[in-house]
Design a protein around this ligand. Structure first.
Ligand SMILES: Nc1ncnc2c1ncn2[C@@H]1O[C@H](COP(=O)(O)OP(=O)(O)OP(=O)(O)O)[C@@H](O)[C@H]1O
Ligand SMILES: [Mg+2]
Length: 332
């Protein structure tokens, strides 16, 4: 039976001295390569795979174990909603605290910034807006042999990013999304989900604004004034190029999530540094948001006999009494 990193860490704490025990982090051999991003500049590490090949990972250090755990949880939730994300692992730091997030660097991954013709100099970045606008409008990237290939998995996921209230979905310098080139298309990979807002203490008042935003995007008019709540990187305008079908695609994946699926990810015991309050808050918030998506799309995740009979009774009552509230407004 393989142990979780937390279990290994607990064993290490129980049994000093730790010399003969290989810590999971030690399997990751640091390289000199640094990645350039917002605040954290992760380092690159290699890990020897069983077949002898090496795999590259970005190691991101957090100040607190809980922030690391929330980023991991956000990755897992994105994956649950059908977004392509790298494989991620929580590792212990040198003080044995689980504050390091390792994320796989997919072979061929390059930041969206690069694909739209932007460059980095130190921490500065430049972009070529005209070219970039053309690319987002067409949802295609021109390649060297002049062949255009579509971008898959970016525009279809705006409904998921809004569900998790990711305020920095593409990143200010288009570096929170990357693309991997395949024969016929470019696959978008989402990284750095640290600005997701998973739980709200209040009644999630921002939910209405996200729903309005998605409603506008899916109404067929493809250019609206930006109303993406708290758009940190100022790049949500990219999603104005999403078609109504793409907006609904992501929303539908969210609407179909079952309570059980959400529970399994949010209460995953392997992510050990999350308090019960954080888990409960996230679960309750995401259930409310999922239900709101179901309502907006007019769909329901599974057959619910109570809801079914309530609807029948309401319909019968309606046919007898013209003043009875409609079943739609009452029960869903
Ligand atoms: N798994 C990964 N695969 C490929 N590139 C990665 C990966 N993780 C990080 N990078 C690269 O490192 C950069 C910085 O990483 P990331 O976006 O996670 O951190 P950050 O923006 O510095 O952090 P934050 O703003 O959350 O403090 C990314 O923009 C990307 O270029
Ligand atoms: Mg980033």
């Amino acid at each position: 039976m393989s142990l979780s990193y937390r279990e290994i860490a607990q064993q290490l704490q129980k049994k000093p001295p730790q010399k003969e025990v290989v810590k999971p982090a030690q399997r990751f051999k640091k390289t000199d390569r640094e990645l350039i991003g917002g605040n954290s500049t992760p380092i690159v590490a290699n890990k020897q795979a069983k077949n002898g090949k090496t795999k590259e990972f970005a190691l991101k250090k957090f100040k607190k174990a809980e922030s690391c755990a929330i980023e991991k949880l956000s990755y897992d939730l994105l994956q649950l909603c059908g977004v392509k994300v790298p494989k991620t692992y929580i590792l212990n730091d040198e003080r044995n605290e689980p504050t390091v997030l390792a994320s796989r660097i997919e072979p061929g991954y390059k930041d969206l910034l690069f694909w739209v013709g932007g460059t980095l100099r130190g921490k500065e970045f430049t972009r070529y807006l005209e070219k970039e606008n053309e690319i987002f409008k067409n949802q295609h990237i021109p390649t060297q042999n002049k062949k255009e290939k579509p971008i898959i998995g970016l525009f279809e996921n705006v409904g998921v990013f809004a569900f998790l209230q990711d305020r920095d979905a593409v990143g200010g310098s288009l570096q929170n999304i990357g693309l991997v080139e395949h024969d016929e298309y470019f696959q978008a990979v989402k990284i750095d989900p640290g600005y997701c807002t998973l739980s709200h203490d209040d009644d999630d008042s921002s939910l209405k604004r996200y729903l309005d935003y998605l409603q506008k995007l899916s109404s067929g008019n493809r250019w609206y004034d930006l109303d993406y709540h708290g758009d940190r990187g100022g790049n949500a305008a990219v999603f104005n190029h999403a078609t109504p079908e793409q907006v609904k695609d992501g929303m539908m994946r969210v609407a179909k999530l079952s309570d059980k699926q959400l529970r399994a990810v949010i209460y995953n015991p392997k992510i050990s540094s999350l308090s019960k309050e954080t888990r409960d808050g996230t679960y309750n918030t995401l259930i409310i948001r999922r239900n709101a998506y179901q309502k907006q799309l007019g769909v329901y995740s599974s057959f619910n006999p109570l809801r079914f009979f309530a609807r029948i009774i309401a319909q019968v009552a309606e046919s007898y009494c013209s003043h009875a509230p409609t079943w739609r407004s009452r029960y869903f």
